[in-house]
Design a protein around this ligand. Structure first.
Ligand code: ADP
Length: 606
């Protein structure tokens, strides 16, 4: 009963594999055709050459042997030999030429799909970047499109090669059946056994690949991130090198264990396959020898049967291997399609955002992060009108950043709704909606691009005058004036040894310049100043408030630096707004969270 069920499952997964292979080829072939048609022309030429090549020796070797045994005509002998050698040589040369061209195309395809994966990762809903399943899917797509599948060429090549194989099989089988029918059955039996064994070998390989997917992500983290010199300070100062290397080694050990295990499981199967191959050779020689001795075939035909037999067997096994291989490779490449079709995590509408001033309203909003039950926000209600400046304060972990993440649609609320101008934000066109915000997050990142590129980020919207103006406003003019290449100086030394390492404060200024450069009606500062002392932080908020002018602004801090400039203050505590009002109102609440915080921090701001 159990075995029957298992068999059914295997059959289902096999047919599933074929369905996936068809879907994958249908997906990739048109893209490949659209991007590089030349690839297909070269592939067809290579298919023809591959199919014809075995027949050069199948036809000309017996003619040479016949000439040696019979006519012994030197001219004919030279002619056959030259045709055999030149034919094989020319076809081999053409084949390798095609292979080189195909390799170039394969590289172009790889580049194309790497960029597409990058594009997809950047366009995926933000919450996926914190979702382990989505991260695994990105890794599976990356590895699936690299050497696991061989990329587009990897999944298309078996197709063309199978066509070559079919032509060779039909030609050689016809010759064998006419002259030595039993040889056909001996060879076919060994091919069948080999197919069975190859199938098992492939299954072991797929299991190994699946087990390695997670490990590769960890491995990637160590091999790329830890050699990133931005981690260098912490690693040196905390003496973390040994721990890092130990962790890295343990991942490597686990990786090697998986490969060893795979090889150990595959080895006996390889021995069995070799044994059957040997038995077949003995049977074939005996059978053909008897046919010669009994006068059923001539010696030239004997040699022809040997070449046709090995061409038949090779092409049959190659074809079977390629059919399985196509299923396996498309299985890997299918991970790319899964990434491209990864379900959206937030609802996106199509309504246009009006240009007029905006009112933002949180209506009884609650939120728990995916895969958790804890309500990080619980029943938050708040209205913010165009031009108002709101300060959101609260202790660490009170839910302030989460509030901003919901507003910027990085996540959707679990309960309640957020409205923009009276309409649920889910109804708006996503890109239009998020374009109204210019946030500077706590963990903002600058790129290894030039200062200007870091500010502009959008090549189509490159306005030098505006960049210069904003640089002056944020107080970077003097610093940039000392740099030889000015705003075109590269940040960090990753790609340019003359790149600069901006200080924490300078990085914040660049990030703020970026937010100001974006013509967005709502600006958000989410504690990008956490690394600064309270006085410096106060200064940044004060300057920023002047720069923001009539825009709507939301300032987040666990300190009270920003509160003095703001129209309203929302005090977050335990996931809710505990106090709401102006500074003067809140400071009066006896035993209130705000008045407590203010008293504790007052010395900084007085
Ligand atoms: P604040 O900005 O006020 O310091 P946050 O909004 O960052 O607070 O965090 C609120 C709570 O949500 C914290 O308990 C934090 O651990 C939790 N949290 C933040 N991000 C995630 C996440 N991606 N997954 C699960 N919990 C999270």
């Amino acid at each position: 009963m159990f075995n029957k069920n298992k068999e059914k499952t295997n059959k289902a997964s096999e047919s599933n594999g074929i369905a996936i292979a068809v879907k994958t080829l249908k997906y990739f072939m048109p893209i490949a055709w659209k991007t590089h048609k030349g690839y297909f022309f070269i592939r067809i030429l290579k298919t023809i050459v591959n199919a014809v090549q075995p027949f050069v020796s199948i036809i000309f070797l017996p003619l040479i042997v016949a000439e040696l045994l019979g006519g012994r005509n030197l001219e004919k002998l030279i002619f056959y030999t030259v045709v055999l050698a030149a034919g094989t040589g020319i076809l081999t040369l053409a084949n390798s030429l095609f292979s080189i061209t195909i390799e170039k195309y394969a590289e172009k395809f790889n580049n194309y799909f790497s960029v597409e994966i990058g594009r997809r990762v950047m366009e995926m809903d933000f919450c996926h970047t914190e979702d382990k399943k989505a991260l695994d899917q990105v890794e599976a797509a990356k590895t699936g499109m690299s050497w696991y599948s061989g990329g587009v060429d990897g999944i298309c090549s078996p197709f063309f090669e199978i066509i070559s194989n079919i032509i060779t099989i039909l030609g050689s089988a016809a010759l064998i059946i006419v002259n030595a029918p039993i040889l056909f059955f001996i060879t076919a039996a060994v091919v069948a056994i080999n197919v069975f064994i190859t199938n098992k070998l492939n299954k072991i390989e797929i299991e190994n690949y699946k087990a390695l997917s997670k490990l590769n992500r960890v491995f990637g983290y160590y091999s790329f991130n830890l050699v990133d010199f931005r981690y260098g300070k912490d690693i040196r100062l905390y003496g973390a090198k040994d721990m890092m290397i130990e962790k890295w080694n343990s991942v490597t050990d686990e990786d090697i264990k998986h490969w060893d295990n795979m090889i150990d499981r595959q080895l006996p199967l390889n021995y069995i396959s070799g044994g059957f191959g040997l038995a077949k050779d003995i049977a074939s020689y005996l059978y053909l020898g008897i046919l010669v001795l009994t006068g059923n075939i001539s010696i030239p035909v004997f040699t022809q049967m040997l070449s046709a037999g090995s061409a038949f067997q090779n092409s049959m096994s190659e074809m079977m291997w390629r059919i399985q291989n196509i299923v396996m490779r498309t299985g890997y490449a299918y991970e790319y399609i899964k990434l491209m079709e990864y379900p959206a995590a937030i609802t996106k509408g199509s309504r246009h955002v009006e240009n007029a001033g905006h009112t933002i309203e949180f209506r009884n909003v609650s939120f728990a992060y995916p895969n958790t039950d804890v309500k990080v926000l619980n029943g938050v209600s708040l209205t913010l009108r165009q031009g108002e400046h709101l300060s959101v304060v609260g202790l660490n972990g009170a839910g302030k950043t989460t509030f901003i993440k919901l507003l910027c649609r990085l996540y959707d609320p679990t309960e309640g709704e957020i409205l923009l101008d009276g309409i649920n934000i889910k109804e708006y066109d996503y890109d239009e909606y998020i374009s109204i915000f210019a946030p500077v997050f706590q963990d903002f990142r600058l790129f290894s691009f030039s200062i200007k590129e870091n500010i502009v980020l959008d090549n189509l919207n490159n306005d030098q005058e505006r960049v210069d103006g904003i640089i002056e406003q944020v107080g970077l003019k003097e610093k940039i004036g000392t740099l030889e290449k000015g705003v075109d100086t590269m940040l960090f030394k990753s790609f340019d040894e003359n790149g600069i390492e901006p200080s924490g404060g300078e990085q914040q200024k660049i990030a703020i310049a970026r937010a100001l450069y974006k013509r967005a009606p709502v600006v958000i500062l989410d504690e990008p100043t956490a690394a600064l002392d309270p006085v410096a932080e106060y200064e940044i908020y004060r300057q920023f408030d002047t720069l923001v002018g009539g825009k709507t602004a939301i300032y987040i801090s666990h300190r009270l630096s920003s509160c003095k400039f703001c129209d309203r203050i929302a005090v977050f505590s335990e996931g809710g707004i505990k106090e709401y009002g102006t500074h003067d109102e809140l400071v009066e609440i006896d035993g209130g969270v705000y008045s407590e915080m203010f008293r504790a921090q007052a010395r900084y701001y007085n």
